[in-house]
Design a protein around this ligand. Structure first.
Ligand code: OSB
Ligand code: MG
Length: 396
């Protein structure tokens, strides 16, 4: 019987590590990134359809536990052997297989799972955004500004962002670089533009009164001020703040989103598909939040243009109601690895590519070859040489 148009039959994965220097170092409360080590994947199905995907894990375990090196290990050792050579009726069928007796490693799982959604989209002849159920065609865009050495340095960047048309300005904060910085930015950009702060878990509940001082600046939200896996103390903090809390790190799957809603730990969710294990999980979180009247938006992980394509597609779903961290390529890189590069129009929106099936951008393979530091091919050994092929994946 011919495969359903949504079926997935993954046959081959090529992993590559490329390195791309950021135009400007990006500092958050838990660390700094100067150059991105990026894990790109080429996934091919049994009919030779190929897509590119990206694993968003960084070099250091300072955001979540995963890194590019743990992801590489997880994909080669546990993920590829579970998926290669198997036929799935639809990409949504991958998640249960990836979760069974296999804890953690969401970014590693997501990179392959999301690539399989793209493979299925190509087979179905649909742009990834529409295949996921996306309805929006232009996504308002926000910028995420890293910690700066002085309020003046931050103000300069915030003014440039407003000038460029960004619809939301997010400012990284940490103890010692918070109220004064936010006051300076709000004073400079005026009351109309959406402004928010992201602490990446730099505070404790003992800082509640201090954080309440941020209520004076009309922030759209305060993102993940407390523990990276906390929900209970965020709920206590939310009761003491006017500013809505948004959770990032704490929302690792749909159950955590339900818990957040039940506990009142926040009023907004930042969905990063890598953080939550892929698209099936992202869509589940999106739906639960929609049903509870909780708006979501798409966060970023300093992705290359490949990862950005996946984020933009996801952000086209209807409950993505706030601007995403979907800055154009030129904000991060001298030159991106995709064609066309990602751009933002003067009104601060990124256009969802709807012209062709799949992720909507082409990858510059010659350039990727030049940038590649290591690569690994993952295929099944031929059935003749291996009676139990799934257990005997050979990394070549
Ligand atoms: O907390 O949203 C975050 C980057 C790395 C790690 C964590 C975060 C971020 C960002 C970057 O804010 C947003 C972007 O990709 O532009
Ligand atoms: Mg964040």
């Amino acid at each position: 019987m011919a495969d359903l148009p949504t079926a997935v039959h993954l046959e081959r994965i090529v992993l590559r590590e490329i390195r791309l220097p950021l135009r400007e170092p990006f500092r958050i409360s838990s660390g700094v990134c100067v150059e991105r080590r990026i894990l790109l994947l080429q996934l091919s199905d049994a009919d030779g359809v190929e897509v590119w995907a990206e694993c968003v894990a960084g070099e250091q375990p300072n955001y979540t536990a995963e890194t590019i090196d743990t992801a590489w290990h997880a994909i080669t050792t546990w993920i590829a052997p579970r998926l290669l050579g198997r036929r799935f009726d639809a990409p949504a069928a991958l998640r249960p297989v990836l979760e069974r007796d296999f804890r953690g490693h969401p970014m590693a799982k997501a990179s392959v799972e999301m690539g399989c959604w793209a493979l299925a989209a190509v087979r179905a002849g649909l742009p990834l955004a529409r295949f996921l159920g996306g309805t929006q065609s232009r996504i308002p865009t926000g910028i995420s500004l890293g910690l700066q050495a002085s309020p003046a340095a931050l103000v300069e960047r915030a003014l440039a962002a407003r000038e460029a048309g960004y619809r939301k300005i997010k400012v990284k904060i940490q103890p010692g670089c918070d109220v004064e910085y936010i006051a300076a930015v709000r004073g400079a950009v005026g009351p109309d533009i959406a402004l928010m702060a992201d602490a990446n878990s730099a505070y404790t509940i003992a800082d509640a009164a201090h954080l309440a001082r941020l209520d004076a600046f009309g922030l759209t939200m305060l993102e993940q001020p407390l523990g990276r896996d906390d929900l209970v103390q965020h709920a206590a903090l939310q009761r003491q703040l006017v500013t809505p809390l948004c959770l990032d790190e704490s929302i690792t799957d749909v159950d955590r989103a339900r818990d957040m809603i039940a506990l009142g730990s926040g009023r907004i969710v930042n969905i990063k598909p890598g953080r939550v294990g892929g698209f099936a999980s992202s869509i589940a979180i999106h739906d639960v939040c929609r049903d509870a009247g909780i708006p979501v938006w798409c966060g970023g992980m300093l992705e290359s243009g490949v990862g950005r394509a996946y984020n933009v597609a996801l952000a086209s779903l209807p409950n993505f109601l706030l601007p995403g961290d979907l800055s154009p390529s030129a904000r991060y890189w001298e030159r991106d690895v995709v064609t066309p590069e990602w751009t933002m129009d003067a009104r601060g929106a990124v256009t969802v590519p709807l012209e062709r099936p799949g992720i909507g951008v082409a990858v510059d393979t010659d350039r990727i070859d030049d940038l590649t530091w290591r690569h690994q091919l993952l295929v099944l050994p031929s059935p003749a040489s291996s009676p139990d092929a799934h257990e005997q994946l050979l990394p070549l």
